[in-house]
Design a protein. Sequence first.
Length: 178
Amino acid sequence: MEHDTEAHQAQTHQAKAFNWLPHPLMTLLLILIWVLLQNSLSLGNVVLGVFLGVLFPLLTSGFWPDRPRVRNYRKAAGYFLIVMGDIVVANIEVARLIVFAKVSSLRPRWISVPLELTQPEAITLLAGTVTMTPGTVSCDLSADGRHLLVHCLDEPDPDAAVQRIKTRYEARLLEIFE
């Protein structure tokens, strides 16, 4: 318990130290855009770009949503690699279905995937992952955010598809975000 309090105090101190720079990437982007628009790398343009690049994010930071908290960047990188591999494999499978399968042999299905994810960013990433993987499309999220409606191009076992999405993607996203 004492360790948790110390960690929280360290995070709070770190957060206060960077309150003057709430969105550092946006600041850098604004500076770069300012200098490019001015078409001059003079000291005055850079100083004004830095001033504007710090000022605008400060003035607008109250309108920005909280950033999602990524708990494990290594697992996020692993998730990215898994999704990229799945996209390649699924593209080959869908191409095979399109070229060689008869339309009558396809078993399209609508499945409802119950979600354990609660963060909107994690749910969005799951829906995007499902859509990017050829052969499946995420179509709707229930009003309470607890079920994702997915269309599968060719799925003989809907329960297996739900379990595949939950174990292959959602479980990893839970480890990354929640």
